[in-house]
Design a protein. Sequence first.
Length: 201
Amino acid sequence: MPDSRLSAPSALRNRGPILDVLREVLPAAGLVLEIASGSGEHVVHFARNLPDLSFQPTDPAPDARASVAAHAAAEGLANVRPPLALDAAAPDWPVGDVDATVCINMIHISPWASTQGLMAGAGARLPAGGPLVLYGPYVRDGIETAPSNLAFDASLKARNPAFGLRRLEDVAAEAARHGLALEQIVEMPANNLAVVFRKTG
């Protein structure tokens, strides 16, 4: 059998700092939904280190889902559920209520409709106080954007005009429309941010 496991160098670099944030903001137990799981290296790292939580990975790409399943199997992790096919922009998600949602490095490499769908889907499924945790590069009003991020933004837009770094203020406004209040912005390595929202009411 061929090895289906994919590897993303950036995931191996940033999974530790992201885990540090998750330890502070995720509930002690419950179900964590990951949107756009990619290679699966994030979710298996989180599941290994947060054994009292269950994780539901998702990704629209079949090769990514195969990689997630292969990584989870190789680790022997019982708290990682089989990955689901989920497009954040779709109106119907194949998952019910969850206790937390995590989305890493999706918003800048997807159309704006995916961010809108992420906020709608998370807002509909999180309980009051439930966190939505984002990670990635953003542009912020009144804060100079790092040259490396400006170059990255240009390369993304050259690849697909619908891609590119988003204004964090636009993301927060979209979240607010779905009952998700901005709680915390954490500066991360390589000019990235961890952004924590909480479901209100």
